[in-house]
Design a protein around this ligand. Sequence first.
Ligand SMILES: C=C(O[C@@H]1C=C(C(=O)O)C=C[C@H]1O)C(=O)O
Length: 165
Amino acid sequence: MAAPDAAGRLGPLTDLVVQRLQVSDQVAAAKFGTGKPIDDPVREQQELAEVRAKAATLGIDPDRTAAFFEDQIAASKVVQRGLFDRWTRHPDQAPTTRPDLNVIRAELDQLTTSLLAQLVATDGVRHPGIGCRVEVAEAQLSAIVIDRLDALHRNALRTALRSVC
Ligand SMILES: C=C(O[C@@H]1C=C(C(=O)O)C=C[C@H]1O)C(=O)O
């Protein structure tokens, strides 16, 4: 049976947001112990410029789209910092293999394309107001249960969803 998806009209968007957080575990594993910093401002600026340009061609608001992706980046860094801290304090939990950061970044780029498509699909839902906030709450809570998110990933999810409405 396929895994159940997050509930409501923002469920598919939230599933992608959670996937991006899960890929962030791999980013942390790629960087941990290499001296590579968690923050890469050049890559971030490239990503944000790209989503701004794509938003314009897709007919969604470039500023709101960039704000959403800024939150995805901030959330990824919440995960990475949390895992660096966990693995430093408990070296037995640290990853024993190191994924290739370039491969993982290509996965993140694919997720960006899917996320943009979901931002387009949910444009009519994502207005400030109670209706949108209820949809976010429903999708968020169901994703937490379905994906069994720990406290670190729940915190990151809150950051990732803060500007959806
Ligand atoms: C994910 C990475 O780590 C950070 C988070 C980024 C993101 O979420 O897109 C981009 C650059 C880094 O500041 C990465 O280096 O690729």
